[in-house]
Structures are given as C-alpha cells and as structure tokens.
Ligand binder design. Structure first.
Ligand SMILES: Cc1cc2nc3c(=O)[nH]c(=O)nc-3n(C[C@H](O)[C@H](O)[C@H](O)COP(=O)(O)OP(=O)(O)OC[C@H]3O[C@@H](n4cnc5c(N)ncnc54)[C@H](O)[C@@H]3O)c2cc1C
Length: 500
C-alpha cells in the first residue's frame, strides 16, 4: 500500500496497515525535521501569523512562497500547514476530544444538511485504541455531548481555575468546567527521538518496528495513477523536492493522508473534473472552526503558581452547553470554551495572574465553500495550486455574537477582569480544516463511503479530515485518527481476503 503524507493520519494508517501484515511505503513531501534547512519568516507570511509559530519550529511549517494558493477577493483563508516528516503532529496543541451523536447525527436533531454515515457506537472502539496508545489524560464526567474515553489521570487545575469552576458551576449548573483532555508531552516509543504525541514518536515508530515500512521523504505526490478503466488506482506519480524529477510507485491500494485540502487537490489533479468525482461534490463543503477570545487577569491570584504549563491536558474546558436538547438560541449547533487561568500566557502577565478564554465554534457545511484548482498559478514544482473559498454566513455570525456575550458573562461571574477582547479569527486560522470529499451512504451524494473508500475507485481511500460531514465543535484530530484506524483495519482485511 502507498500512503501519501506522514502526519497525524498518515502515521496511523502506516501503523495499522503494517501491523496488519502489509508492506507499506509512505510518501512525504517534506524532509525529516533535521534536514529541512533554515526557514525564514519573510517566506512564511501566512504561517508566521500563528501564535504557535516560532523561530525554533519554523522548519515544521510550510514555505509560503514555494507553496502558494489563492482566495477570492474579500474572503481570506489562512491555510496553516506542515511540510515535514510528521506533518502537523510536530506542532499541534494535543487536545483530543471525542465527537458524540450530537455532532454525528446533528441533522436529525436540527434538520440542517445530512447526518454522518457513522454513529458514535461505530467510532467508540477506535477512539479507545487511539487514546490508550497516546496516553490521553482526562476525567470521567458522564457528559452525553462529550463522551468519556480511556483516560490516564487528568492534569491538575490551578487554584484560580478551581475557584472559577466553583463560581461558574454554582451560577450555571449546566455549564461544566473540567480538566481538558489531551496528550501530555512525554517520551516517545523506544528508540525514537520524538515525543509520543508526534507521529515519528508513536505511530511511525510502531510501523518501522514491524520491518514493513519504507518512508520516502521529499517526495511530492503529483497524481494518483489509475488503470485504463479509471476505476482502479495503480499507484502514485511523485516529484522529487530537490531535483523536480518524477517517479512512479505502484501499489495494490492507495491511501491519501495529505490533509483535507491537499488530498482534495491531488484528486482534482488526477483526472479531468477530478478523480472519484461522479457525485460532482469533490472539493465542496469545506469547513473550519473559528476562535473568539478574551484575555485579562485574575484579581488577587498569585501569578507564579507551580503549574507552569499551558496546552493540551494542561488547560480547562467548558464542553458545549448551548442547543443540546432543545434549540434555545437563534442559531443551530454550538461551541466549546477552552482556556487557562494562572498559567503562562502571552497576555498581561505583568499585571498579575493571567487568564485566556477561547470559544471555538462549529461552522456549518455549505456546498459553495469549495476547493478548486487555480490553473493560473503553480507552485515551485509547476503544479497548479488550489483556490480556497470558505465564507461564514448568518448562523456563524449569530453564534459569534453569542460567544462574545458568553465569554463576557463567564469572566464577570467567574471573578475575572478582561483587558483584551479579540475578533473572531479568519477561516483556516483554527487549523481544523475538514470536509471537501465528504463521506456518505449514497454514491450520488458523497465522494467516500462510510470507510473513507472512494465510491468510484474502490482501492483508493482518503483517510484524513476530507471525509468529515460536519465540523462539530470539538478539535478534529482525535476523530480523524479513530476514523483512520477503523478504515485501515477494514482495508487490511479486504486485502488479506483478496477482496480488493
Ligand atoms: C499549532 C497547531 C495546533 C493544533 N492543535 C490541535 C489540537 O489541539 N487538537 C486537534 O485536534 N488538532 C489540532 N491541530 C490540527 C491538527 O494538527 C490537524 O488536524 C492534523 O495534523 C491533521 O492530520 P493530517 O494527517 O490530515 O495532516 P497533517 O498532520 O498536516 O499531515 C499531512 C502530511 O502530508 C504531507 N503532504 C501534503 N501534501 C503532500 C503531497 N502532495 N505529497 C506528499 N506528502 C504531502 C505534508 O507534508 C504533511 O506531512 C493543530 C494544528 C496546529 C498547526
């Protein structure tokens, strides 16, 4: 099997398929982190806007000059990408939250668009596998909108967070303040230099340990090759990053894990009107979350408590509490709130103990939020780039207004002093881009079947976030990983039985 991409989902695909007895080659466009060379902020105008970008990790982010894309006038999209072995597993925030049937079956609840073709019960065993493998920390809360998982003990809240929790839960019993769920920074698998939350430190290390994995880096997939029928993938055509020479690799099955927009670009590049596009929906229904933030100080709290980390499980979470049982607001779906009090923060540290609260909202799937090829512009390797149109509408505007109001009232009731309020981030900036090759139960209305297998090309699978039907309000990667494990387990079975 050939897998395109070595990031969060490519790592899982490699682990499951090699452990299933298959010989696997991962093609990765980027270099190993130690070989990427110097990256310069002036060539990373988009990437360097993100607060997680730093001179120390600049080599893990894409070079914006070599890898352009276009957007329509007045509709910005901040496309934040990794081009390195490990993809964005090298820089991600490590928060891992399960989706529930409130998201997977949202259409049945509020009538907008369609349900996912999988339910929570289908995904639960695969969430278990991922959480156990990556040592996800969390507390059991029995919340239907945020299912519990296979957790290592939660990380401690700071004294200010505990006081905030008490005040908020007393005022609004339905608003829970819990320790966030995620992967702490720990040592990776034996023999690996990388921590457990990265794919080189976990899934790729496990795949290498089988002796059945080859990883070819600096290999940019250019086209999915198909046979004369157009219904069977035969391999990948790829470009050498340094020499621009092209090569082909043949395989019994191809798994795209290049991230939502890149995998869709590859399908669009692989046939006139796009490969696996008999539905005409390839590229459509692109989504991202957005963030609304407030920051300030916790009056009277000491700034220098011993808990000095902020991120992943070292933070707090208010799971979604709006529109759960009944629609009470003038918008559908909802948002979660993430944050930290009395932890290191870029905001207002000098004045006392800082706090940051961030509300992350669900974007609805719209058919015309779409990825297309822009043939007028090519990247450094001469390959046409994508044009990304992703615009928020009325439902999103109403939710943003509600998020702002909620953050203000939480700060007020929670005894916090706001010193800065931030406008909602542009689409793309949350780095949870999903959709553009949706899953479904009917080939006429979806690109992928419920196992992320292309309806039109059965030995071609797309195992990143491309298949998401809706964005939910939870961070996307845990669900991408669970889906990848589920799909690749099936792919290995089908290949073993000679049924593909
Ligand atoms: C700063 C930051 C914080 C984040 N925090 C969180 C969080 O807390 N929780 C969460 O759930 N998510 C978070 N995310 C998002 C998360 O990183 C992504 O959802 C996830 O990495 C997507 O996995 P993927 O495998 O689809 O793509 P990636 O991990 O991006 O991997 C894709 C890989 O494919 C390669 N590739 C692309 N095109 C080609 C090609 N043509 N040929 C060969 N290779 C190719 C890329 O180089 C890359 O290595 C965060 C991201 C960032 C950057």
């Amino acid at each position: 099997v050939v897998i395109v991409g070595s990031g969060i989902t490519g790592g899982w695909a490699a682990k499951v398929l090699t452990e299933g007895g298959l010989k696997v080659c991962v093609l990765e466009a980027g270099a190993p982190p130690e070989e990427t060379g110097e990256h310069r902020p002036e060539r990373q105008a988009i990437q360097s806007k993100h607060p997680a970008y730093s001179p120390a990790n600049a080599h893990c982010w894409v070079d914006d000059v070599d890898n352009p894309y276009t957007t329509p006038e007045g509709a910005p999209f901040d496309w934040l990408r990794g081009r390195v072995v490990g993809g964005r597993s090298m820089t991600w925030g490590r928060v891992t939250l399960r989706f529930s049937d409130f998201e997977l079956k949202a259409a049945s609840h509020d009538g907008f668009d369609v349900d996912w073709p999988v339910s929570y019960a289908d995904l639960a065993p695969y969430y278990d596998t991922v959480e156990r493998t990556l040592s996800v920390c969390g507390s059991k809360e029995a919340l239907p909108q945020l299912p519990d998982g296979q957790f290592a003990p939660p990380k401690a809240m700071t004294p200010a967070e505990r006081a905030f929790q008490e005040r908020v839960e007393k005022r609004w019993p339905e608003r829970r303040v819990i320790p966030n769920r995620g992967i702490p920074i720990t040592r990776g698998a034996q023999g690996s230099l990388w921590p457990l939350h990265t794919s080189p430190g976990s899934t790729l290390a496990a795949a290498f340990a089988t002796g059945r994995l080859t990883l070819t880096s600096k290999a940019i997939a250019r086209q999915v090759l198909v046979d004369a029928s157009g219904e069977r993938a035969t391999g990948i055509l790829y470009v050498d990053q340094a020499t621009k020479a092209t090569s082909e690799i043949r395989a019994r099955a191809v798994v795209l894990c290049a991230s939502a927009i890149e995998s869709t670009r590859l399908l669009l590049l692989s046939a006139k009107d796009g490969l696996a596009n008999s539905s005409g929906l390839l590229g459509k229904y692109l989504m991202d979350h957005w963030l609304v933030k407030v920051a300030g100080i916790v009056p009277g709290a000491k700034p220098d408590v011993a808990i000095d980390e902020f991120g992943g499980p070292h933070s707090i979470l208010l799971p979604r509490f709006v529109n759960l049982r009944d629609r009470k607001e003038d918008f559908i779906r909802g948002y979660q709130i993430w944050g930290g009090l009395q932890r290191p923060s870029p905001f207002d540290r000098k004045q006392g103990a800082p706090f940051l609260l961030v509300a992350m909202g669900e974007m609805l799937p719209y058919e015309d939020n779409q990825v297309t090829l822009d043939e007028r512009v090519t990247d450094r390797w001469g390959v046409p780039v994508v044009r990304i149109r992703c615009v928020r509408r009325d439902n999103e505007a109403k939710m943003i207004a509600h998020q702002k109001e909620t953050l203000r009232e939480l700060a007020h009731e929670g005894g916090l002093e706001i010193t800065q309020e931030f406008e909602a981030t542009a689409p793309g900036f949350t780095i949870h881009e999903v959709g553009s090759a949706r899953m479904g139960s009917d080939p006429r209305t979806s690109v992928l079947n419920p196992f992320q297998q292309c309806w039109d090309v059965p030995n071609l699978w797309v195992c990143d976030g491309s298949g998401f039907v809706s964005s939910g309000n939870q961070n996307s990667s845990l669900t991408m990983m669970a889906l990848t494990v589920r799909s690749c387990t099936r792919l290995a079975d089908l290949l073993a039985r000679g049924e593909l």
